[in-house]
Design a protein around this ligand. Structure first.
Ligand code: C2E
Ligand code: MG
Ligand code: MG
Ligand code: MG
Length: 281
């Protein structure tokens, strides 16, 4: 009897797998079309210097809403583009778009762009990225690239070469989602980064539990010693901001300071703070 049930389950599973594959293929096709039709958008979230409470840059976050499939998260469609082999087409379009938007911001503001794992295993990546911002006319010193520990793990030698080529061109590199993933402190010794972004998982619990507070305190102190800038991700409440400031965390980002917004809304936001931005529009 259990055998029969087992067989039944196999049928159910294979149907599920087939359905999943069909969905992924539909998603892939829709995403390919969206890239061609220029429908994948870039939103921007402010990054704030907690010492002065001023905006110092923006992180670009990809946004895609399909007519049939609805909103699809970048944490779904970026890995899909990697698996199906068209991450370059997607990433190029996104960087071009983000760099173009950054051109109309005040020059002291930086643009932070997320690199995918696949990009970090391709030796051609640094030249490719530099060519795009060169075409757009964005100063490499205004560009920051966010990479994750997991991505660095895939091929540490290639990743290291990409990072040093980019840094030599004036681009800054930050380690994203620090504290999650397959963390290794050795990564901070072997690689040269400019910044560490503390994962939201610690920030969101900083008021609730002592352990998170101790972890953040330790990361901040370690980064001070290593002369790395620290950014706390996912600040949602003023109490979290206050705590992070007290711990000496230099920078922050999160809904409390601003949600990701499209290029136009970002310009409007900036025009309240800078006269020269209002003049652009
Ligand atoms: P990430 O780089 O760690 O980006 C931070 C994520 O946290 C974003 O999610 C952002 O919208 C969200 N976030 C920011 N502040 C808060 C907050 O206060 N509370 C909460 N609950 N969330 C907050 P999003 O936009 O869904 O992006 C998810 C991930 O997808 C990103 O994580 C990044 O790894 C990837 N991603 C997004 N855009 C791109 C892109 O253009 N290229 C690549 N390669 N990856 C991207
Ligand atoms: Mg990021
Ligand atoms: Mg992050
Ligand atoms: Mg993340």
């Amino acid at each position: 009897r259990s055998k029969r049930r087992g067989r039944g389950q196999i049928t159910v599973y294979s149907q599920e797998i087939a359905q999943e594959m069909k969905r992924a293929t539909a998603l892939e096709q829709a995403l390919r079309n969206a890239i061609i039709a220029d429908e994948v958008d870039m939103h921007f979230q402010p990054i704030v210097d907690l010492r002065t409470d001023t905006v110092v840059g923006f992180e670009a976050l990809a946004r895609w809403c399909d007519a049939d499939l609805g909103y699809v998260s970048p944490s779904v469609f970026v890995p899909l583009a990697e698996e199906r082999g068209f991450i370059d087409a997607l990433a190029d379009a996104l960087l071009r778009k983000a760099a173009q938007a950054a051109l109309s911001w005040p020059k002291e503001l930086f643009l932070s762009f997320n690199l995918s794992s696949a990009q970090l295993t391709d030796p051609a990546t640094s030249a490719r990225l530099l060519a795009i911002i060169g075409q757009v006319g964005l100063d490499p010193r205004r560009l920051e690239l966010e990479i994750t520990e997991t991505a660095v793990m895939a091929d540490a030698n290639v990743a290291q070469r990409i990072v040093s080529e980019l840094r030599a061109a004036g681009v800054r590199v930050s380690l994203d989602d620090f504290g999650t993933g397959q963390s290794s402190l050795g990564r901070l010794r072997d690689f040269t980064f400019d910044k560490v972004k503390i994962d939201r998982a610690f920030v969101s619990r900083i008021s609730a539990d002592r352990a998170s507070e101790h972890i953040v305190r330790a990361i901040v102190s370690m980064c001070e010693g290593l002369e790395l800038e620290v950014v706390a991700e996912g600040i949602e409440h003023s109490s979290e901001a206050a705590k992070l400031k007290a711990l000496g965390c230099g920078m922050g980002q999160g809904y409390f300071y601003g949600k990701p917004a499209d290029a136009l809304a970002t310009m409007r936001y900036l025009s309240h703070r800078y006269r020269d931005v209002a003049a652009v529009r």
